[in-house]
Write a protein that binds this ligand. Structure first.
Ligand SMILES: NC(=O)N[C@@H](CC(=O)O)C(=O)O
Ligand SMILES: [Zn+2]
Ligand SMILES: [Zn+2]
Length: 346
């Protein structure tokens, strides 16, 4: 039986939500990950350092007993965000990054940014204190085809932002295109990207295979196969500026399985098992640790976790929970469409 022992991974892009959903999903992340960057797109959003500190307390209170999991908080950037509040949250160590949502680009992004000029004072402050900006990189222009929104965002927003503020540290979240991985490589040491497990596994066909498959719908939407292959090359290359951000994004099943289903894929329970499978198929198991446990902390200027986890490859496929319960409701777990043989040992 094959085993792989690596430093404990971190998740650099995670949605935990709040209340009953938080309680139901958090144990799945806390079981495998040391830390996670917690996305701030609650309703209402986490906009001030005080909001972030309060949300952090709710997360800590929902942790299983004895868990050492550490939530790393982010602030939701709005056109009225105050640079002084951002800086004080960062200096207190509570807030690790600020998240830029173009208004209307994704789930709960209505309070996001319409005019990037309005947030330059905050971005300049962040650049001067070395605080990372996490970016949902899609334009919202309805004229732009949904499959082109990331590539056009790079041209219209990211390239100009890079040129104007080269010292700003930027994470291109859930990169989904070859244009995205090319941009990150060319942009130099201040730009990194998270990659999700699902974008390494599915292409856009999965969403429409024999019918509409809402559990494969997320934003940015999965692209064609050539883009998936570009992501796979980036993730398995060992290159330091690509790291795991699961974008695990739970929505209750009735909110996905309906006429206008929410965007988001819930993958926290099987992320590491899926990634071990993918890296093994690529002959890159020796680079899994860089992707899930080393590159992210290096970019965020944090030490890697000291703890280790062991993944075991079982000869027979491992049974996985297909849905988790949230009260009387359920949330469906990402189905990679291949049998899973890997399992994180307890
Ligand atoms: N990825 C998604 O499809 N959804 C995320 C928002 C986001 O990360 O864009 C969510 O909060 O549900
Ligand atoms: Zn996003
Ligand atoms: Zn997300």
């Amino acid at each position: 039986m094959k085993t792989l022992t690596i430093r404990k991974p971190d998740d650099w892009h995670l949605h935990l939500r709040d209340g009953a959903v938080l309680e139901a999903v958090l144990p799945h992340t806390a079981a495998h990950f040391g830390r996670a960057i917690i996305m701030p797109n609650l309703v209402p959003p986490v906009v001030t350092s005080a909001d972030a500190a309060a949300y952090r307390e709710r997360i800590l209170a929902a942790l299983p007993e004895g868990s050492g999991f550490k939530p790393l908080m982010t602030l939701y950037l709005t056109e009225t965000t105050q640079a002084a509040d951002v800086e004080s949250g960062f200096r207190d160590g509570v807030v690790k990054a600020v998240k830029l949502y173009p208004a209307g680009a994704t789930t709960n992004s209505q309070s996001g940014v319409r005019n990037i000029e309005a947030v330059y004072p905050v971005l300049e402050r962040m650049a001067s204190i070395g605080m990372p900006l996490c970016v949902h990189g899609e334009v919202t222009d309805p004229e732009i085809d949904i499959f082109d929104r990331e590539a056009v965002f790079i041209e219209r927003v990211l390239e100009p932002l890079r040129r104007r503020l080269p010292e700003l540290r930027i994470v291109m979240e859930h990169v989904t295109t070859k244009e995205g991985t090319d941009f990150v490589r060319e942009a130099g040491p201040n730009v990194g990207a998270t990659i999700t497990p699902h974008h390494l596994i599915i292409n856009r066909n999965a969403i429409l295979a024999g019918g509409i498959r809402p559990h494969y719908y997320c934003l940015p939407v999965a692209k064609r196969e050539s883009h998936r292959l570009a992501l796979l090359r980036a993730a398995t290359s060992g290159e330091g500026r690509f790291f795991l951000g699961t974008d695990s994004a739970p929505h209750l099943d009735p909110l996905k399985e309906c006429a206008c289903g929410c965007a988001g894929i819930f993958n926290a329970p099987n992320t590491l098992a899926c990634l071990a499978h993918v890296f093994e198929e690529e002959g890159a198991l020796d680079r899994l640790e860089a992707f899930v446990s080393l590159n992210g902390p290096a970019f965020y200027r944090l030490p890697p976790n000291e703890e280790r986890i062991t993944l075991k490859r079982h000869d027979k496929p491992v049974e996985m929970e297909r849905k988790i319960a949230v009260g009387a409701e359920t949330v469906t777990v990402f189905d990679p469409m291949f049998p899973i043989h890997w399992k994180v040992e307890d």
